[in-house]
Design a protein around this ligand. Sequence first.
Ligand SMILES: Nc1nc2c(ncn2[C@@H]2O[C@H](COP(=O)(O)OP(=O)(O)OP(=O)(O)O)[C@@H](O)[C@H]2O)c(=O)[nH]1
Ligand SMILES: [Mg+2]
Length: 276
Amino acid sequence: MNLLVGQKVSIVSPRPQTTRNRILGILTEERGQVVFIDTPGIHRPYYQMNRRMAHLLEESLRQADLLLHLVDASIPFGSGESKAVEMIQAMGRTAFLILNKIDLVDKQRLLPQIDFYRSHGNYAEFVPISALTGENVSELLTEIFRYLPEGRPMFSADQVTDRPERFIVSELIREKVLERTREEIPYATAVVIDRFDESKREHNWVRIAATIVVEKPSQKKIVIGKGGEGIKEIGTRARLDIERLLGCRVYLELFVKVVEKWRNQDRFLDHIGIEG
Ligand SMILES: Nc1nc2c(ncn2[C@@H]2O[C@H](COP(=O)(O)OP(=O)(O)OP(=O)(O)O)[C@@H](O)[C@H]2O)c(=O)[nH]1
Ligand SMILES: [Mg+2]
């Protein structure tokens, strides 16, 4: 979606369960407008947060005209995918199976995968792509335009997402935390924007203060790092991305705070904008 709309509107990380919201990516060209809906994936509903996300996923699948089921073609396939296949079949909508990451696999290894999905589901098209190199992505877009129903554009031509800058800023900070942490921390991290001061934007700078929320004091210690090294690096990397997004200089202040069991607190989830 980021590649197609030409901007990082949805953050990316090697950790699973990165996406927690419903994020639109809007592509407008001469042929027409495509509104992509990025959603959380399939989660085990241990926490209230994950139950919200499961609900959001289902709602989104219901709203879409075309379902794009992305799978990672570089890892073994089979049982882990059957839940997703089932879910998509249950929607009774036109669906494509997209085999992503073909930059990492032998083309011959794609055929057995396509056979598997062909026999387990009712997909209209099977499209191998690489979101990294862009291979076959324009062909995918051609197929998407072929299947989508016609309608009036829903957004202006220059809009690439429905999400405000503030949201993307918080996500970019979270992305940098995910890059640096492992095990439970990525799942236990949320980012709250405390201040987004644009009063100097005309003079080419914006002042932002944000809090990285974790669930335990031990996690806070790891995020901050030895002598504050961790938080410093998160701040530097996030600032560079945010400056690119906003097109001006950014003064970024970061804090780390513990909120015990926030993933089960409805009020906190509302506060950080986890819909469901
Ligand atoms: N080699 C390669 N890596 C890719 C490609 N597309 C995505 N990745 C990597 O795969 C990982 C997962 O990407 P995400 O965009 O976070 O995946 P997602 O499906 O949105 O996952 P969640 O949001 O966690 O549900 C990241 O490390 C990406 O850099 C690709 O075409 N080739
Ligand atoms: Mg994602």
